[in-house]
Design a protein around this ligand. Structure first.
Ligand code: TYD
Length: 202
């Protein structure tokens, strides 16, 4: 039986990284093989592209194309084979991030993005997407207190407002696969909700 494909999304500073270990543990407790991966990245080529994407200035469409080049490799080498052998795949970000950051944040044309999505994914979509959502002020304050920021984390609050809107409109367009998690609560409360959501998955 095909495994399930779960993606984690949210603005930088929304807190998704704090829950990855608990997410993997909850799924492993179900007795399934779990593959943890991330985007951009997930393959050796993808990780090299990630270095460029996170640190090099470039045209917004170049950024988009490189995201999808990394994604094509990621699907071919990691995601599709894992799902086919029945493993569950948990990816820290996937295509919803391209809609939020490149379309929402940078203004890349949505139709072009949909064409890339169709071309690269050939119908593959996550079964479940957990969107960690916090007000922009919370995300910006968390980032200011954190480690050295990458290219995206150095963007303005205005950019983050567009990212958040991009994510929320994507969630509205795909209500069955998205779960919006209010990340502006104590860590333990958020974690309990995330675990309950995953335990309910067949
Ligand atoms: P992130 O997932 O936040 O990793 P870390 O927790 O190590 O900082 O970093 C990835 C960055 O890449 C994030 O700022 C969002 C951005 N990104 C896009 O702009 N488009 C995409 O399609 C993806 C997958 C990521």
């Amino acid at each position: 039986m095909r495994g399930k494909f779960i993606t984690l999304e949210g603005m930088d500073g929304a807190g998704k990284s704090s829950h990855i270990a608990a997410i993997l543990e909850t799924l492993q407790d179900k007795g399934v093989e779990v593959v943890a991966t991330r985007e951009p990245g997930g393959t050796s080529l993808g990780e090299r592209l990630r270095e460029l994407l996170l640190h090099e200035a470039m045209h917004a469409e170049t950024e988009t194309l490189l995201m999808f080049a990394a994604r094509r490799e990621h699907i071919a080498q990691v995601i599709a084979p894992a799902l086919a052998r029945g493993a569950w795949v948990v990816s820290d970000r996937f295509t919803d991030a391209s809609f939020a950051y490149q379309c929402g944040g940078r203004g890349v044309d949505q139709t072009k993005m949909e064409q890339l999505e169709h071309w690269v994914q050939q119908g593959l979509q996550p079964d479940l997407t957990l969107l960690f959502d916090v007000p922009v002020e919370v995300s910006v304050a968390r980032l200011a207190a954190a480690r050295t920021p990458d290219k995206f984390e150095r963007e303005s609050a205005e950019f983050f407002h567009k990212i958040r809107e991009g994510y929320l409109s994507r969630a509205k367009a795909h209500p069955t696969r998205f779960r919006i998690i209010d990340g502006n609560r104590p860590l333990e409360t958020v974690r309990a909700e995330v675990i309950a959501l995953l335990q309910a998955l067949a």
